[in-house]
Design a protein around this ligand. Sequence first.
Ligand SMILES: Cc1cc2nc3c(=O)[nH]c(=O)nc-3n(C[C@H](O)[C@H](O)[C@H](O)COP(=O)(O)O)c2cc1C
Length: 403
Amino acid sequence: MQFSMFYPVAVASESDLGKGLYGLDRDRYDTTINELREQAICADESGWTSMMFAEHHFEIEGYHVTPNPLMLNVYLAQHTKRLRQGQMGLVLPNWNPLRLAEDIAMADHLTGGRLDVGLSRGYQPRSVGVMGQHYKANAAGTGSETVEATNRRIVEEWFEVMRRSWTEDLWDFEGEFISVPPKGLQWNHPISTRLNAGVSDGNLMQVATVPKPKQLPHPPLFTTLTQSPETLAWSAKIGSTAVTLAANLDIVKGVFQGYVDLAGQHGRKLGFGEYSKKGGVALCRNVAVARTREDAMETARQGSAFWTHWLGEFGFFEALRMKGQEGPVPKTFEQMVESGFQLVGTPDDVGEQIQRLKEELNVEYLIFIMYGGITEHARMLETIQLFGEEVIPKFAKPELAIA
Ligand SMILES: Cc1cc2nc3c(=O)[nH]c(=O)nc-3n(C[C@H](O)[C@H](O)[C@H](O)COP(=O)(O)O)c2cc1C
């Protein structure tokens, strides 16, 4: 099995959050980055597979201060030796796809080929509606069919542009939202003409995005999935690993089986629960580990503020609905623990909780949301180290750990 960490990147502690506009605080951001670096080094030394970061914009409230996860990826790769770097995920409609493809290719080299790429549709209108305004984009889940359809068309078109950027030498593309290159653009340089660099009669006909990524054909892909069948189908089609947060294991099984069936339709044979660099499935959970159960509960409780204050208002507790649970899902720490979303306890306890997930789901890839910045730094290090040194070895096949 492989185990990765996904950070929202908060800049204030559980007791401070919600009381001030901490996103504006330069010193708090410095502290968060310094702590992240120490946590990355600890994860690197203790067997974790990767560290992923969210993308959010304008979060003055301080819950996610992470407008460009790729910059964190490159920075942290310089301080680690084997830990992979990823995003959960890059919000495609917020970007120009050509720049994003270039930045990813550069980051892949700058991390020494340790980059994973997370693809997201974005759920915050304040982020996607502002950043994606040039393409009339808005967030997923607004309730408007037009917005939803536009968001999907942009995401799919952007990915196609990125795929060509990474895998084709010289290429052109005529899409709904972007033309590459636009028609009638002149480029007369004699060297370009002599080398056949996409020029014909002084007109630019094709472009090549450079550099190409270090990994072939491109870094492994992950897609964040809430529960939409369309996103699952798209992930299977493009060979991206679908990441689900659902607490109800029947729903998780449906997602896992759906992926197997859909990938099969595209000629890819996968086992139930399988992860592969060419696409598969992964399960997202919380984890808190300490020497005593009481301490682990306190670590878990601190991090849960991120859900109870912030994520809960965006409907994320719906993913934690238990089998047979009726009515609104309580936005509480107890719900997180009782639904099984929060793994918590001593290394032995958490090992048993993972063993149960493995037996039921055959899952090979777990991603834990890590509340650095919110949870005390010492508690974060304790969870990372104890989990890495005492739980991962029970499940890791060393030769596959970074495969
Ligand atoms: C594990 C996970 C991480 C996510 N991270 C982000 C993020 O960093 N930024 C963001 O805007 N949306 C994020 N989202 C939300 C997605 O962008 C998207 O709105 C949601 O997954 C839509 O799911 P659907 O396509 O199944 O409807 C995340 C979702 C999940 C499940």
